[in-house]
Design a protein around this ligand. Structure first.
Ligand SMILES: C[S@@+](CC[C@H](N)C(=O)[O-])C[C@H]1O[C@@H](n2cnc3c(N)ncnc32)[C@H](O)[C@@H]1O
Length: 342
């Protein structure tokens, strides 16, 4: 590292304040992600308090839990009282609502961010050049979808009722389970490329007692062929993975292929976050910088809202409606039906 600056500001000017807060925010984000996985956030949401430290639970290291609590106290997410008790702080409700984004970022994508300078080298960007924790990506995505996306799906899928649904890039499998809960006679099939996601979805389906009604398959959605499980699917859903169809020609090809793979599909729902084009600023929403940076690091193209519509024109599907979401920000649910005569 080199610098052309000659005079650094006095330490007193920068060891507290905005740059110090950037440093501490990173630590707090990691603490939030850990608190989510350890059940600390759920405990506070349910009971309104927790002991400071491990509370005598010897399975967890007392020093680590105290450190998480102290860091979240700094962030106003919790309040540590008299070194004995932890209660929700002023920002707890917002942090709890955002926990899926935080977990996706830290546990799901953290390793990729820490290796950013290495994977920037063009020589390194071939083969399997990065790693993400896909179980954490799927669990984070599930939480991200819970607030707005799932209730939106409940509404749009209510009529006509679903008889068989395929969920592409099914992640945790939660959407299939929810849809079948709303449509008691329905069946489902999930497809995901990641072994960790398929394993998680299979466990979730098993726990929900739905193994006789939901099949989970490992496969690449960009290369799906017709198969018996797909023949009678009337509804196809694809949430937070549509960007993997891109760039444009690959997206059009994939959408056309879905017509063949799912010959009885009456509706295809694609829900995804689109790329922003303006420079980030003070109003930049949660997720936006992380989502765009991670896909740049992975070398994945992200389409804008307009580019999705350009692809639909050539895809063999007609876009019937679009519903925006505020959580996640810049999210859209596109409802597509097969274009007649194509
Ligand atoms: C961000 S997660 C979303 C999971 C889930 N749809 C949800 O809404 O919670 C994206 C999922 O798509 C899967 N995926 C990515 N590319 C895929 C592909 N080409 N074929 C099948 N699955 C894919 C990933 O493994 C991951 O589980």
């Amino acid at each position: 590292m080199s610098s052309s600056r000659t005079a650094a500001p006095e330490p007193a000017e920068w060891t507290r304040g905005p740059v110090a807060d950037l440093f501490s925010s990173y630590v707090a984000t990691a603490a939030l992600s850990a608190a989510e996985q350890l059940g600390i956030l759920d405990q506070l949401a349910e009971h309104g308090e927790a002991p400071f430290g491990n509370g005598g639970d010897e399975r967890l290291d007392d020093g680590v839990i105290r450190s998480i609590h102290r860091t979240l106290h700094w962030a106003n997410v919790v309040e540590v009282k008299n070194d004995e008790l932890v209660i929700p702080g002023a920002l707890f409700d917002a942090a709890y609502a955002a926990r899926g984004y935080i977990y996706w970022l830290v546990k799901g994508c953290g390793e990729l961010f820490s290796t950013a300078p290495d994977v920037t080298s063009t020589k390194r960007r071939t083969g399997t050049f990065y790693h993400r924790d896909m179980r954490a990506v799927a669990l984070g995505s599930r939480l991200i979808g819970e607030e707005e996306v799932e209730p939106l799906f409940d509404r749009v899928l209510a009529d006509p009722p679903v008889e068989k649904v395929a969920d592409l890039g099914c992640g945790s499998g939660q959407r299939l389970i929810r849809i079948l809960g709303n449509h008691p006679g329905a069946r489902g099939v999930g497809v995901d490329i990641s072994h960790a996601s398929v394993q998680l979805a299979t466990e979730s389906v098993d726990e929900a007692g739905l193994t006789d009604r939901i099949t989970v398959l490992q496969g690449d959605v960009l290369a799906l062929e017709p198969r018996p499980e797909f023949a009678d699917v009337d509804t196809v859903t694809c949430v937070f993975m549509g960007h993997d169809f891109w760039p444009h020609d690959s997206c059009v090809r994939t959408l056309r292929r879905l017509r063949t793979a799912f010959p009885s599909a009456r509706r295809l729902f694609i829900c995804d976050v689109v790329r922003t084009t303006e420079l980030p600023g003070r109003d930049t929403t949660i997720f936006t910088l992380g989502f765009e940076a991670v896909h740049a690091l992975m070398g994945d193209y992200l389409p804008t809202y307009e580019q999705w519509h350009e692809a639909f024109e050539e895809s063999g599907w007609e876009c019937r409606s679009v519903q925006p979401s505020t959580a996640p920000p810049n999210g859209y649910l596109f409802e597509l039906t097969p274009r007649t005569g194509e």
